[in-house]
Design a binder for this molecule. Structure first.
Ligand code: ADP
Length: 136
């Protein structure tokens, strides 16, 4: 059993995220911490300069609310984290910083059956210092 579980969620596929949160609960120690993480792709500076004021903050708040709603819908208490960047390095950094002992990650986008494992998931498995569970 684990005391600090990181669940990276691609919000394009929320149903996959919810299945992983349920699995995190099953693998949790008493008083374990579950952290849900979504990584938003970096926005180029020239695009950012054209956005209406407050747009980025609004997007960040909406993304956090979406992650929280996923956990609330199945009555799970979780820390909510949203970061900008490229998914796999951000997931690995967050795992180190938060002293994570298990990462639960989906194997690939649903429907892409030809691949054994997706690009983000494979990078995380190769480079993580903690255990990684590939959710299928
Ligand atoms: P594919 O290569 O088929 O697109 P990925 O390896 O990118 O598959 O995605 C598999 C899993 O990696 C997702 O279900 C999720 O757990 C994690 N993941 C991918 N992108 C993100 C993201 N932007 N933020 C958080 N987690 C992500």
């Amino acid at each position: 059993m684990y005391k600090s579980i990181l669940v990276p969620i691609d919000l394009a596929h929320p149903e996959v995220g919810q299945a992983m949160i349920k699995r995190a609960v099953l693998l949790s120690d008493d008083n374990a911490k579950i952290t849900l993480l979504h990584v938003i792709g970096d926005i180029p500076a020239y695009v950012e300069s054209y956005l209406p004021e407050g747009q980025l903050q609004k997007g960040l708040a909406e993304t956090k609310a979406t992650l929280k709603a996923l956990a609330d819908a199945i009555d799970v208490k979780a820390d909510i984290v949203v970061r900008y960047g490229s998914p796999s390095p951000v997931i690995l950094d967050e795992a180190d910083e938060r002293d994570i002992d298990l990462i639960i990650i989906a194997s690939h986008h649903p429907g892409i059956k030809d691949y054994l494992i997706g690009s983000t998931a494979s990078r995380v498995v190769r480079h993580a210092d903690c255990s990684v569970l590939i959710n299928r």
